[in-house]
Design a protein around this ligand. Sequence first.
Ligand SMILES: [Zn+2]
Length: 601
Amino acid sequence: MAQVAPVVSPTGVSAYPFDINQVSLTSSRFMDNQNRTLSYLKFVDTNRLLYVFRSNHKLSTSGATANGGWDAPDFPFRSHMQGHFLTAWAQCYAQLGDAECKSRATSFVSELLKCQNNNAAAGFSTGYLSGFPESEFVKLENGTLSSGNVPYYAIHKTLAGLLDVYRWIGDQNAKTVLLAFAGWVDTRTSKLSYAQMQTIMQTEFGGMNEVMADIYHQTGEKKWLTVAQRFDHAAIFDPLASNQDQFDGLHANTQVPKWIGAAREYLATGTKKYSDIARNAWSFTVNAHSYAIGGNSQSEHFHAPNAIAGWLNADTAEGCNTYNMLKLTRELFAIDPSSTTYFDFYERALINHMLGQQNPSTSHGHITYFTSLNPGGTRGLGPAWGGGTWSTDYDSHWCCQGTGLETNTKMQDSIYFYDSSSLYVNLFTPSVLNWKARSVTITQSTTFPASDTTTLTVNGAGDWAMKIRIPSWTSGATIAVNGATQSITTTPGTYASLSRTWTAGDKVVITLPMKLRVIAANDNNSIAALAFGPTVLNGNYGTTTLSANPKLDLSSVKRVGTTGLSFTGTADGKTVNIGPFYDAQGFNYAVYWAVSGSLPS
Ligand SMILES: [Zn+2]
């Protein structure tokens, strides 16, 4: 079994991601996260994950224990989680060649096939596959669905997981189950009028347009694009197409997958309206609705544009939203790689939100649902109905736990992109790129963002340009090849272009000088986060509780030593230790401060 290439090539793309199996991580904070998630992926009892599917499809659960949390047998959208496992297993096989992840994915799919094949006995229509009854979709269509259920949201995850097992592993069962299930979606939605579809889309439906557009690209069958477009949600798309921010009050993570879908529909059709929707949504979210760490939402919702300082609460920055924003960012960069805007955000959100979302003190990669930004906040805050702490092996299964499995098994997927004449170096993450089309291997070594330097060693030959992201936060960036500083433009916010005839062993050293920065809340210059280069910093308050943003005298902030990310400052008249927010787990912290004065020059 091997990867299956899509039949249809996307239109309107200027830069391309590498195949998932051409880039791998080497030792780093990112790889540590991946290893913890990998250990959970290999630990989890698949019979427990199959429980709600087997039970719903009237097959024996044969002594398996049911899960708790959002996969419990009475939870409305149980079985949403398993698609994330399928994707994560498939990614680990594709990236690492991990045989156990492959066998877990393919044997899980073979059990799902048995469930799907038992639909007649279970009283379900052909192709249906879920942990809850098909009648939930009838209720959705006739307006009697209980407010706790989001059935299309759940099945989107299953469809996406099956697609990944098919395309990354080449499993034919996955293709069979996927297309039967997609056919069920087609049959169901083809009977509904445009107005009925718009009504059912008032209930969260994940990325149904995204996965259907992906199935179109994968198979080349146009009918899946038609199904994707049935999930174009006019109430969300139309204001965005005319560049209006109407996000105030919307459930945030309900919207982001629709925008990813719009980007995929642009790649399928070339219709400008779709790329306008995706780009405008991204710009509004990043520029007017995101905290310094790159996350958005409070209590899962958007507020008025630029309302930041008034919403520094314990339930800020849901993890899923950023997982989805990173997916959207990749799509938009592929369409327009001309400035660093997209990967400046990607770096910001990956380092400052996603990397520290996982608990490094346990071996199973447990995550936090929200990333609290209240004064004295702490990581490990799940929703109250999910236990209010870090995720657990079997009793949480939150949305963010599912997207966390995916994030932590694709930390490598956006480091490099390419086009016909160049290689884009977007992220400064220790990694090896096997650029098969050019028979070139590139090894990137760095401790970034703890240091400001990264080294890329090129093995192979040829004429091409290395396009290196010069982040907007730096100044005075330099690029040296084999010890000689190059006289090329390194303007912050652009890609520096290093064109040469490469020879084996060429070493490129990139230095991106970092300094302290103040990131003010959009709506209040006196409430701000601190950063050093790309890294958001926080005060370490141990077990102390805080009732307000600490008053920080900016002129007091000093680096401890000349390397690394340890600082001190004076806040509320006391010295406080300040360090990288991605390492802030297990203690109370302050990310936003009431600032006065100015940083030392
Ligand atoms: Zn979530």
